[in-house]
Design a protein around this ligand. Structure first.
Ligand code: M6R
Length: 608
């Protein structure tokens, strides 16, 4: 994970790289650091904590450097302390590097260098990069860089400076993203183009195995054999989304409240109700490819996997297409079987999740067609897949995914409806579902209006340390997602189960100190769920039900009920998820947690 940023040009580099780092903080915020070259010597500052701590530390120093590299860390190898914070150095401190990724063979390389009396200062895998470059350097920086890269196994995006080359930054990438921004006599590097979009929208992306040098007059990029690469400059469209919390206390709360609007954005010019059709033309979908689709494979991680899981129910129910949903980190090592007529859908909010990207590479190598469902047009995932469907949720800053999840589910619903209509669905059926799905923004508004009630529930239950989340059918993946929200931002243990599975073991944990959140929005399995809840009640487990208004009998079983607006089973995961996002939010707030940037997490998981 981690974010790297750099600047070379004529301006003061420090404010530019600090600003860039703040934009990249979603990639990790355990520690931050900066390096440059002044009077023929490398200089650096690093500190544990967020970028703001580093900014405060260096504010007093009045650094005048015009070239700098910087890093915001999510710890992989080595604890969160200053010695493991980036930048890292060679033994003579002539080279400083920042790194995103994992060097898998660092222990072997380290043992080799230690035999040559080279001393290491950190516990990180990254330090080996600086030590190798320092070791091989004999006046030719590029040569030392390329020679070092040949030794490294794993994924990396690297930027570095050398004391003998004060106005240059060396760069390299393999398996981790690195974008170069091209300004007027100035160059930027960043793990993500958003880091420098306010300065320039002219971009080149480093391909796997490429390395090079940036200086204020230009850049040189080489392939791994040292052959000069011809790079295409791309113009990135700037989006008009404003990044602000408005009057909300947290980005997470603001993003929960964004949902009526973000869902509506996906609906613009989408429905031809009189024909029962969902129009996806503007998304550039290849209709003939869809017609030939007889099987779907969905790949994703975390919340996106939960959205995909709901998607698998939708595709099977609405379009009768057999659908397999897989966690990318497991799937990538399976030696997958790719059948003809399979549509692969890779879902990722960021489009930078390392495991999903690796799984897609594996499938593409086997000849599969892959479409991405993504929130970021310029992401790595969008660039390596055949086609991208954008969820248009707008920037999601809170680490905990909220509006991206609901828009992923809504987009999957639209795709399932479209596919269903192409395959077998009657016009009448299609019209019914279109009417139901169109209700969603208004239903979410109704939930948001009841925030106070959810806050009251959180006040009552926030002292409990263990929760079960139970649901059936669509409500099972929805319960996985709701439990993840609670774990992630309030640090409370929450286990989600298909309600019918409880009696096969987990029920042993039920007692008066372990409340159950019951997700009751699946009408088809409602009475079955009630029986499971009776089993919980018989063991003194408190029950908080999130149930549609027409749910008969739930009041006599549950200790508390939050009433939801009614909608068909297929789309019921949306309103209930919003209500449980709010529940997790208020639980975390009562427990005084860092809601937008929870401990140990990062928004974008760029290591496997
Ligand atoms: O960017 P992605 O959608 O690929 O991210 C996948 C997960 O890391 C992400 O959904 C994570 O689980 C969220 N922080 C959960 O809120």
């Amino acid at each position: 994970m981690c974010g790297i940023f750099g600047y070379v040009g004529e301006k003061k580099a420090v404010p530019i790289v600090i600003d860039g780092l703040k934009i990249l903080e979603y990639r990790g915020y355990d520690s931050a650091g900066i390096a440059g070259v002044e009077s023929g010597k490398t200089l650096f500052y690093k500190d544990i904590g967020k970028v703001d701590s580093l900014a405060k530390m260096i504010a007093r120093k009045q650094l005048k450097i015009n070239t700098a590299i910087a890093h915001t860390r999510w710890a992989t190898h080595g604890g969160v302390d200053t010695k493991n914070a980036h930048p890292h150095f060679d033994m003579k401190q002539s080279v400083a590097i920042v790194h995103n990724g994992i060097i898998e063979n660092h222990l072997k390389l380290k043992a080799h260098l230690e035999r040559e009396n080279i001393e290491f200062l950190s516990e990180t895998d990254s330090e080996i990069i600086a030590q190798l470059i320092g070791h091989y350097y004999n006046g030719d920086l590029l040569k030392a860089l390329l020679k070092s890269l040949l030794k490294l196994d794993g994924a990396f995006a690297i930027a570095g400076v050398h004391q003998n080359h004060p106005d240059q930054i060396f760069i390299a990438a393999k398996g981790s993203p690195l974008a170069i921004g091209i300004g007027d006599n100035e160059y930027f590097l960043s793990s993500d183009v958003n880091g420098f979009l306010k300065h320039t929208n002219k971009v080149i992306f480093l391909k796997d195995g490429e390395a090079g040098i940036l200086h204020k007059e230009g850049f040189e990029i080489y392939d791994c054999k040292g052959k000069r690469a011809v790079k295409q400059i791309e113009q990135i469209k700037s989006n008009n989304y404003e990044i602000s919390k408005l009057n909300f206390e947290h980005f997470t709360l603001k993003e929960i409240h964004d949902q009526p609007e973000s869902i509506s954005r996906l609906f613009v010019s989408r429905f031809e109700e009189e024909f029962g059709s969902v129009c996806l033309k503007d998304m550039g979908i290849d209709e003939s490819e869809l017609l030939e689709t007889s099987r779907i494979l969905i790949l994703a991680c975390g919340t996106s996997w939960h959205a995909g899981f709901i998607g698998s129910y939708l595709f099977e129910s609405l379009s009768r297409t057999p659908t397999q949903v897989e966690i990318s980190s497991e799937f990538r090592y399976k030696n997958p079987i790719v059948l003809k007529d399979t549509l692969v859908i890779a879902i990722s909010q960021s489009g930078e999740t390392a495991d999903t990207i690796a799984a897609v590479h594996e499938l593409k190598a086997k000849g599969a067609k892959v479409i991405a469902i993504c929130n970021r047009e310029e992401s790595t995932l969008s660039r390596i897949t055949d086609h991208t469907l954008l969820i248009k949720a707008g920037p999601e800053i809170g680490v905990c995914s909220t509006k991206a999840f609901t828009n992923q589910v809504v987009l999957l619903s639209l795709l399932a409806l479209h596919l269903g209509r192409m395959h077998h669905q009657s016009k009448e059926e299609a019209v019914y579902f279109i009417r139901e799905i169109k209700k969603l923004p208004q239903l979410v508004v109704e939930i948001l209006k009841q925030s106070k009630h959810i806050e009251t529930l959180a006040k009552k239950y926030n002292h409990f340390n263990n929760f079960f989340y139970l649901g059936r059918s669509y409500m099972y993946p929805a319960s996985l997602e709701a439990a993840l929200k609670l774990k992630e931002i309030s640090y409370i243990n929450a286990q989600a189960y298909p309600a019918g599975e409880l009696k096969h073991g987990p029920i042993a944990l039920i007692d008066k100190d372990c409340p159950t959140i019951a997700l009751c929005s699946n009408q088809h399995t409602y009475t079955k769920l009630l029986s499971n809840l009776m089993e919980v009640k018989a063991r003194n487990g408190p029950i908080i039900a999130f149930a549609p208004r027409n749910s008969a009998g739930i009041e006599s079983i549950a200790d508390d009920v939050f009433w939801l607006p009614e909608v068909c089973d297929e789309f019921a995961s949306i309103p209930i998820s919003v209500s449980l996002q709010l529940f997790a939010y208020y639980m975390a707030k009562f427990r005084g947690c860092d809601i937008d940037q929870p401990r140990n997490l990062a928004k974008s998981v760029t290591v496997e």
